[in-house]
Design a protein. Structure first.
Ligand code: GTP
Length: 478
């Protein structure tokens, strides 16, 4: 059942999960960046530079923190693999915001950490990077320049420098470019990670969502329903800081599950409870077009009620089609259920009325009234339905159509509901439907619940429609 749809939803889950996972990884990596201690090796190699910088800072004013001074200091410290002046600008902001300073100096890899520190500051902590950088900046004397240079020159073979020469500041740049192009600031990412949360950008989900929309439409899901599903996924997944609990896959599944449930579950009520609590007899009339499985569904429902301890009488209100009485009689005999029928061409409202009287006289719990399959475009047949409504005033009108009819079934449900208001729907032949478009759309479009699915030709092949169970089945979450 609905295998094609399952496959399409599976594809979306995979794509969206990958996107979410990418972001989650980025957050984690950045968080490490923000908090990482530099390696011992890098620290040792840069102790001299650190000392020089500190010495210089002790002898000069520490309040000078202008960017131009920083650029000068950087220039004088001079290494081939220096981060850009901008990235290293020791503004007071940078000194305050450890995360951003870390981003600039990139101490998350041995190479870049060493590169940054060897030139001017020991990255004992991100704050100290900024502070030392600031101090070194202030120290623009020839002496400190020479000291820094000599320190750098005395350790020409260290691994860090070699690495920094072969890997200049490209990493730092690409990361800052990445941050700005995604509109997803590093600070926010890091903040999210620190709080154990993950943020997903709408643009990241654009492709998977577009593919999901196409997949839903291909599966005959009504356009407004597909849009409602997408909107809800967007609202739930995008831009929200969500607890990064189990996995990003769970996050996507949860959003998709909620979105599907919100459209599939519209108007649900407990059918069995309604029957149990109703004044007897409860009168149910069935509407729908020819050949979709109305008569078979009535027989199945009679069997379903019987299994739950409710008696029923079938009224053949299909006085229009030759052979209809024989078809229903066969079911009634098979199920040992009372049948009320009139001659072909009789008044359907009168047949159902008789069945109600029979039920009242014989303590029968439920009247199941068949009607002629009619095209929703046929005015007199639709008028007959209105007459049944007036004469019998049924407690429940159930619309029956084929799940396999997809979009057509959805349109018919809407039109029948307009002509003779329905209380719910039965979708037959769900066993032969791989798309699931009608099952997903009918309730949302009509505002009335799908109550049963026909899943075969046997009397037992009638399932209570269970939105949660269906969604879990569609998502393989059972
Ligand atoms: N596979 C499958 N076949 C079904 C299901 N429900 C009904 N059918 C078959 O669909 C065919 C039509 O069913 P009917 O009950 O005669 O349809 P109807 O809507 O009463 O048709 P009219 O009496 O012409 O209005 C029959 O062969 C049924 O066995 C179902 O859930 N699954």
């Amino acid at each position: 059942m609905f295998d094609g749809l399952k496959e399409k939803l599976g594809r979306f889950r995979k794509d969206a999960e990958e996107v979410a996972e990418e972001n989650a990884e980025a957050v984690e990596a950045d968080e490490e960046t923000a908090e990482a201690e530099p390696s011992e090796e890098a620290e040792t190699e840069t102790q001299a530079a650190d000392a020089a910088a500190r010495e210089a800072s002790e002898t000069t004013a520490t309040t000078s923190t202008s960017t131009s001074a920083a650029a000068e200091a950087d220039a004088s410290a001079d290494t081939s693999a220096e981060p850009s002046a901008d990235e290293r600008a020791p503004s007071s902001d940078a000194a305050d915001a450890g995360g951003e300073a870390a981003s600039g100096t990139e101490p998350d890899t041995e190479a870049s950490a060493a590169s940054a520190s060897a030139t001017e500051a020991a990255p004992e902590t991100t704050a100290s990077v900024a502070a030392a950088d600031e101090d070194a900046t202030a120290a623009v004397s020839e002496e400190s320049e020479r000291e820094s240079e000599s320190v750098a020159e005395t350790e020409p073979n260290n691994e860090a420098e070699a690495a920094s020469e072969t890997e200049p500041d490209s990493e730092g740049k690409s990361e800052s470019e990445e941050s700005s192009s995604s509109g997803f600031g590093f600070a926010k990412k890091a903040k999210s990670a620190v709080r154990g949360r993950v943020v997903i950008e709408e643009e990241d989900l654009e492709d998977p969502l577009w593919e999901l929309e196409m997949a839903l439409l291909e599966s005959d899901v009504e356009m407004s329903v597909a849009e409602a599903i997408l909107d809800q996924i967007r609202t739930e997944l995008v831009g929200q800081e969500r607890k990064f609990t189990e996995s990003t896959g769970d996050l996507v599944d949860e959003a998709l599950r909620d979105a599907l449930l919100s459209v599939i579950g519209v108007g649900q009520f407990d059918f069995d409870e309604r029957v149990a609590e109703a004044d007897k007899p409860l009168v149910i009339v069935f509407t729908g077009i020819n050949g979709v499985g109305k008569t078979t569904s009535i027989a199945k429902l009679s069997n379903y009620l019987d299994e739950r301890g409710f008696s029923s009488v079938i009224a053949n209100g299909d006085t229009y089609r030759a052979g209809a009485n024989e078809q229903v009689r066969e079911h009634a005999e098979n199920l040992d259920t009372k049948l009320i029928a009139h001659e072909q061409g009789g008044d359907p409202a009168a047949v159902i009325y008789d069945a109600v009287e029979y039920a009242e006289a014989n303590d029968v719990d439920v009247v199941l009234g068949d009607t002629a399959g009619r095209l929703h475009t046929s005015d007199d047949l639709m008028e007959q339905l209105a007459k049944i409504d007036r004469v019998v005033d049924p407690d429940m009108t159930l619309f029956v159509d084929e799940a396999v009819a997809g979009q057509d079934a959805v349109n018919r449900a809407r039109e029948f509901d307009d002509a003779a208001e329905i209380d719910g729907a039965i979708l037959t032949k769900a066993d032969a439907d791989s798309q699931g478009g009608a099952a997903i759309s009918v309730a949302y479009v009509t505002g009335k619940p799908i109550l049963f699915l026909g899943t075969g030709q046997g009397y037992d092949d009638l399932q209570r429609f269970d939105p949660e169970g269906l969604v879990d089945d569609l998502l393989g979450l059972e």
